[in-house]
Design a protein around this ligand. Structure first.
Ligand code: FMN
Length: 390
């Protein structure tokens, strides 16, 4: 499965491409729109989420509600584009005003963003051409592709759910219950997509507090996948390990700075006798006593619930602007401040779900192949029916 995105934050549209999806997978614009709407959720989002809309067009590869096996292309138009036609024009026009407003040269790069290093690397004297692509608006395209991957996984009985584990220092207790895919609506209705009501209330207070202080917050999200077969990924080569592929996919999300599989870093604090999942024969097969490993061993899915976490740094565009240097004058300055979120962790959970869905769909196709979903399902069922029983 190959996926690519294109598009700038204030350009006319985002474009997403997917190649390798089998034919016969149900995909509708309503279902993708619903996923795009989930990305806009969350307590602590900025005003941009309110006035900007995602205008979805399914361009290729889907006919009468089903994939046809050919490359899928979709567009997500930006309703704000009319305000940016001059600043983001592809034509070689002169901007009417470079001193103020949207067209002003962004010469005060924001710390914690791609601005400065991007200007240095790509040879620009202002940050606009860098921040336009580095912006997390691009994650809308990923969520749209994730919706297609998710539909494919659903057809095979694989279902995903994500939730917020922490916001700043406020964290769900280690022994709290995990959500299941049946809890998605409940989670989406929670202001921070947190499954633990008491912690959610404390998270809301933390966001309010940060906002009042003119500050921002990060946090941790967790994605769980139910219904995976054992044996996705492989131990035989570094770039075939499923855990490594998931880490790559999650770390590629803007502002994600850490990834854990299963209990992750908590495992490092335990003794070996308390860190692993013991095996038991049940008469019907072999089962594990716990799920500390998070559903992978040796770079392969074990067939238990997959659990991965992603840690997001606090939003770097801070109302109480960070110090920077004006590259036009060399003087100390306050960083540019564009409209921004106080906390985007709940949205990052939705994006993380999408990236896990794409990664798992790719791993399933790697193992089971299939040019249409019936063939993929048959290959999966034959494999499961022939797994050695103990
Ligand atoms: N950064 C901001 O400065 N303002 C935002 O409103 C904002 N919203 C985000 C929403 C989502 C869903 C995600 C995943 C990230 C968001 N970010 C936001 C983070 C920036 O995109 C990110 O900090 C920046 O690209 C630099 O991080 P990097 O070094 O990991 O690329």
């Amino acid at each position: 499965l190959r996926v690519l995105t294109a598009g700038e934050s204030h350009g006319p549209e985002l474009i997403a491409l997917m190649e390798g999806m089998p034919a016969g997978v149900p995909v509708s614009s309503a279902q993708i729109r619903a996923e795009l709407a989930r990305r806009r959720l969350g307590y602590g989002r900025g005003s941009r989420m309110k006035f900007e809309e995602d205008e979805l067009t399914l361009s290729t590869g889907i006919v009468h509600g089903f994939t046809i096996g050919s490359p899928i292309a979709l567009r997500i138009g930006n309703t704000e584009w009319p305000k940016w036609t001059e600043v983001m024009s592809p034509e070689p026009i002169e901007l009417s005003d470079r001193s103020r407003g949207r067209g002003a040269a962004l010469t005060r790069p924001r710390p914690g963003h791609a601005d400065l290093v991007g200007m240095q690397k790509y040879g620009f004297d202002e940050a606009r051409p860098i921040l336009e692509r580095a912006s997390a608006r691009e994650t809308a395209a990923r969520v749209a592709l994730g919706a297609i991957a998710r539909s494919f996984l659903n057809e095979l009985g694989i279902r995903l759910v994500s939730h917020t584990l922490s916001i700043g220092p406020v964290r769900v207790p280690d022994d709290a219950a995990f959500p299941t895919p049946d809890d998605v609506d409940l989670l989406d209705a929670d202001p921070l997509r947190c499954f633990h009501a008491e912690t959610s209330a404390a998270m809301v207070a933390e966001v309010d507090d940060a906002k009042k202080a003119g500050d921002t917050l990060g946090g941790i999200v967790e994605v769980l996948a139910y219904g995976l077969p054992p044996g996705l990924g492989s131990h035989v080569q570094w770039d075939r390990r499923l855990d490594a592929k998931l880490a790559h996919a999650l770390m590629s999300i803007q502002a994600i700075k850490g990834v854990e599989v299963g209990d992750g870093f908590l495992t490092t604090t335990r003794r070996g006798s308390q860190a692993h999942d013991e095996l038991f024969a049940t008469g019907e097969g072999i089962t594990r006593s716990s799920d500390r490993a998070g559903g992978t061993e040796g770079g392969m899915s074990t067939g238990t619930v997959l659990r991965v976490r992603a840690g997001m740094k606090p939003i770097a565009t801070i109302p109480k602007a960070l110090r920077t240097v004006d590259v036009a004058t060399g003087d100390t300055a306050a960083a540019h401040h564009q409209r921004s979120d106080v906390c985007a962790v709940p949205a990052a959970g939705v994006v993380a779900e999408a990236m896990v869905a794409v990664t798992l769909a790719d791993a399933v196709l790697d193992k089971f192949g299939g040019d249409n979903i019936v063939e993929t399902r048959r290959n999966l069922e034959t494999y499961l029916a022939n797994l050695p029983e103990t």
